[in-house]
Ligand binder design. Structure first.
Ligand SMILES: *Cc1c(COP(=O)(O)O)cnc(C)c1O
Length: 471
């Protein structure tokens, strides 16, 4: 049976799926990873080719959930999680040219890819907590989309109390309203006077606060939660299989607009499971820590710059720790040392051979706002397809990759579209002079009352607020 360890593991006992999901972050500050990665064989993939989304997700996720959830329950959870998606294919694959397909991951309730993970995780929490007769306080930081997706996934769930921190005035109006217009007694929105990284640092500090952690049974729903990663692995498997029904391919490249490295890390897991992925392309905006890391081997935090792709305005790509763990031979001591060093604000330099290993798997490209708008315009003009700014960075990276790399013959690029253009209409109008269609789901929330509390970037104040409101 599959077990999990922390990336900072120094010989502690391994955990099962339900412990790992409910804890979120490991007590030693590390991230949970499976002791070994399960595989899917080529023969099994062939059998899954015409199966629907929930079925492929079920096969992908089953080996990761051990006996915490039985097979039938898991299938029901997956069906319920993707029932509200407005596309029949759940994650439709659209061809934009001979080399590039787009995987639309924005047909869920909040019109962004995070619904894939969070609808699933909300239902998983519900299932596990009900069995254990427990309540949880969920604290999360969001740079935009995670918050609304988490709120939609947890609203009105009896065993959950949810606190979502977002950077005050640094998320789009639509993103904020999607979060703050939810009138549910278990949902608390906090606007922090600071950046997304400040929010994330506050959340980490809450988790390190023993008293709070114990009194309120804290859990994370941010992209470090293993339950989110495995839900995301499913659409990589699905996309590969769907593409195989359309094209004569035996390999695939994914291009992923990247911030916290959660989405693309799921691609890495799909690759480790045996999906023939030739390369994982990272697209970043001007917040380019990953681009610089791959270029120089130096992991160093810059200051966060607001961009038109705000869900990627991140300078700490938390999930990167999981890749490092693998590349460093799963040495928890070495990771602990590096991360402690990193936490002091000093960067660290990867050894050349580690950097080379990274470059075999990943390739990174960076685009500023003007370049992002130029990509939106180019794809609109040439293909009559409107990309949101995040998705545009993925497509831009895919196009750049084709210009300066040879890909093998039977291989196409799938670029992940992570949000609906309707969520970022201002940037789209700026780029192409046309407004994207406004889906009815969004139109509804525009005039609704908003519920949120503005707090300073101050640990004690935020902690007091949570203590007072949590059950
Ligand atoms: C969160 C988000 C991203 C970045 O994903 P990570 O998993 O943080 O790398 C990209 N695009 C959109 C629209 C997002 O919401």
């Amino acid at each position: 049976m599959l077990k999990y360890i922390s990336t900072r593991n120094q010989g502690e006992e391994s955990k099962n799926f339900s412990e790992v999901v409910i804890e979120g972050l490991a007590p030693d500050g590390g991230l949970y990873v499976p002791e070994a990665c399960p595989k899917i064989s080529t023969a099994e993939l062939e059998e899954l080719k015409y199966v629907d989304y929930a079925g492929i997700a079920h096969r992908t996720i089953t080996p990761f959930v051990d006996d915490s959830i039985n097979s039938d329950e898991l299938y029901q959870i997956l069906q319920a999680s993707y029932l509200n998606f407005s596309s029949e294919d759940t994650a439709p694959l659209k061809k934009i040219n001979d080399d590039i397909y787009i995987l639309e991951l924005f047909h869920g309730p909040t019109l962004a890819f995070k619904d894939f993970a969070l609808q699933f995780l909300g239902n998983i929490f519900d299932n596990l907590l009900a069995k254990q007769n427990k309540k949880l306080t969920i604290i999360g930081a969001t740079s935009g989309d995670t918050g609304s997706a988490a709120i939609e996934a947890c609203r009105d769930k009896e065993n959950l109390e949810v606190f979502i921190l977002h950077p005050h005035n640094r998320v789009s109006d639509v993103q904020r309203k999607q979060m703050t217009s939810v009138a549910s007694p278990n949902i608390h929105n906090i606007a922090i006077e600071g950046s997304f990284d400040d929010c994330q640092t506050l959340v980490k500090a809450m988790f390190n606060d023993k008293e709070l952690k114990k009194d309120k049974n804290l859990s994370a729903i941010n992209s470090i939660n293993w339950g989110r990663i495995i839900a995301q692995v499913a659409y990589y498997v699905f996309a590969y299989l769907r593409l195989k029904t359309k094209e004569d391919i035996d390999r695939v490249i994914f291009s992923v607009p990247t911030g916290n490295f959660g989405n693309i890390f799921a691609g890495y897991i799909a690759m480790s499971m045996g999906i023939p992925i030739e390369k994982l392309i990272i697209g970043t905006n001007s917040n380019d820590i990953l681009f610089r890391l791959l270029a120089t081997g130096k992991m160093e935090i810059g200051t966060v710059k607001p961009t038109i792709s705000p869900s990627m305005d991140i300078q700490i790509s938390s999930n990167f720790e999981r890749i490092l763990f693998d590349l460093l031979g799963r040495d928890g001591k070495a990771i602990t040392k590096i991360m402690q060093h990193f936490a002091t604000g000093k960067g660290f330099i990867l050894e050349e051979n580690i950097k080379q290993q990274l470059l075999r798997i990943f390739k990174a490209y960076r685009f500023d706002d003007d370049q992002t708008k130029a990509i939106i315009k180019q794809i609109y003009t040439m293909n009559n397809y409107i990309l949101d700014p995040h998705s545009a960075i993925g497509v831009g990276a895919a196009m750049q990759y084709l210009l300066d790399n040879k890909k093998s013959n039977n291989c196409k690029i799938i670029s992940l579209a992570t949000a609906s253009p309707a969520k970022f209409s201002y940037a789209i109008e700026d780029a192409i002079g046309v407004s994207p269609k406004f889906p009815p789901k969004l139109a509804e929330i525009i005039n609704k009352e908003e519920y949120f509390t503005v707090l300073p970037n101050d640990f004690a104040r935020v902690k007091d607020f949570i203590r007072e409101k949590a059950k």
